[in-house]
Design a protein around this ligand. Structure first.
Ligand code: PEP
Ligand code: MN
Length: 346
């Protein structure tokens, strides 16, 4: 569903509206040159009417059979908003689920450095109960003089790790020129914090047909994050996972400041799953467990955590990496909190 105009009106069908009545509304919108975005809900079906505001205003929508209410969508984000889809979205990635009671435990190396390092990490996190494997082949580094990632060779190593462990892969796409290679290898395409407002890249992954993990920019507001997600969903890809990974504040005791408040705000505003990256937020491994527990308690749908067999030798983000030898204990603790929240590991 890629359409011009933005969804301007919510057409809420009555609880007893028939599928034919829903179809009729969709057909009448189409006749008038507007588009419909239909979301079947637990309570009622909601239709987002997409088109020019003036055109929509001329349609007698309230009088259509089965229609209960017609409301304007007031928020600047439309397709990602709770208004349009009141029920939470569950994203299924090769059988692993995130959202609405399913908690995603995504873990792995910051960066694919070499084969054994990645395979060893993948085995350890799988053994500990992780649901997906993370790892960067294309790395956004602050300094151009540091290791920039193995690129396509890194993707091949990640594929081998998936083959062996069965864990779906989450890996970052930085450049529209790498779309084909990354989309082919990844099960979830990560858009990093620095690219959150790379609108060309967002539209590309909106057309790529794979779930997207969209990280919040360190200086982006919650609304800007939701607008970024809207770029992806607008192209027809509704499988977007949002990720709070810390924002830039005056505080220097942690690498970034984990915005815990953003989690309940996002959960109210959007139907998309929201996960937390305690590793980049903390920048220090001793703080990762506490921030991860806080994320679970605040209602997050998952966490994404970095691990490494020998953090002291890591080429990237060493101080925040959890040693693989300690990962099982960490995962056990998180699992207990997840259970406490009435959720299950997806
Ligand atoms: C990462 O997850 O590897 C990463 C670079 O994170 P961020 O984009 O949040 O800095
Ligand atoms: Mn990292």
């Amino acid at each position: 569903m890629a359409a011009n105009g933005s969804p301007e009106l919510l057409i809420v069908m009555g609880a007893h509206a028939t599928p034919e009545q829903v179809e009729e509304v969709v057909a009448r919108l189409a006749e008038a040159g507007a588009h419909a975005h239909v979301t079947p809900g637990k309570e009622a079906t909601v239709i987002g009417a997409i088109g020019e505001r003036e055109l929509l205003a001329t349609l007698p929508l309230e009088g259509f059979p089965g229609v209960e209410q017609v409301l304007p969508i007031l928020k600047p984000y439309k397709l990602v908003s709770r208004e349009l889809a009141p029920d939470p979205t569950v994203i299924d990635v090769r059988g692993r689920r995130i959202g609405d009671g399913y908690f995603g435990l995504v873990a792995g190396p910051c960066t694919v450095e070499y084969r054994e390092q990645t395979l060893e990490t993948a085995r350890a996190v799988k053994e500990a109960g992780a649901t997906m494997l993370r790892g960067g082949a294309f790395k956004p580094r602050t300094s151009p003089y540091t290791f920039q990632g193995l690129g396509v060779d890194g993707l091949r190593i990640l594929e081998e790790a998936r083959e062996e462990t069965g864990l779906p892969l989450v890996t970052e796409l930085m450049d529209p020129r790498h779309v084909e290679a990354v989309v082919e290898a990844a099960d979830v395409i990560q858009i990093g914090a620095r690219n959150m407002q790379n609108f060309i890249l967002l539209s590309e992954v909106g057309r790529a047909g794979k779930p997207v993990l969209l990280k919040r920019g360190p200086s982006a507001s919650v609304e800007e994050l939701l607008m970024a997600a809207e770029y992806v969903v607008k192209e027809g890809n509704a499988r977007v996972i949002l990720c709070e990974r810390g924002i830039r504040t005056f505080e220097r005791s942690t690498r970034y400041t984990l915005d815990i408040g953003a989690i309940p705000v996002l959960k109210q505003e959007t139907h998309l799953p929201v996960i937390v990256d305690p590793s980049h937020a903390a920048g220090r491994r001793d703080l990762v467990p506490a921030l991860a527990r806080a994320a679970v308690a605040a209602g997050a749908d998952g966490i994404i955590v970095e691990a490494h067999p020998a953090p002291d030798e890591a080429l990237c983000d060493g101080p925040q990496l959890i040693p693989t030898a300690e990962f099982a204990a960490f995962a056990d603790e998180i699992r207990a909190f997840v259970t406490l929240m009435g959720k299950e590991i997806g």
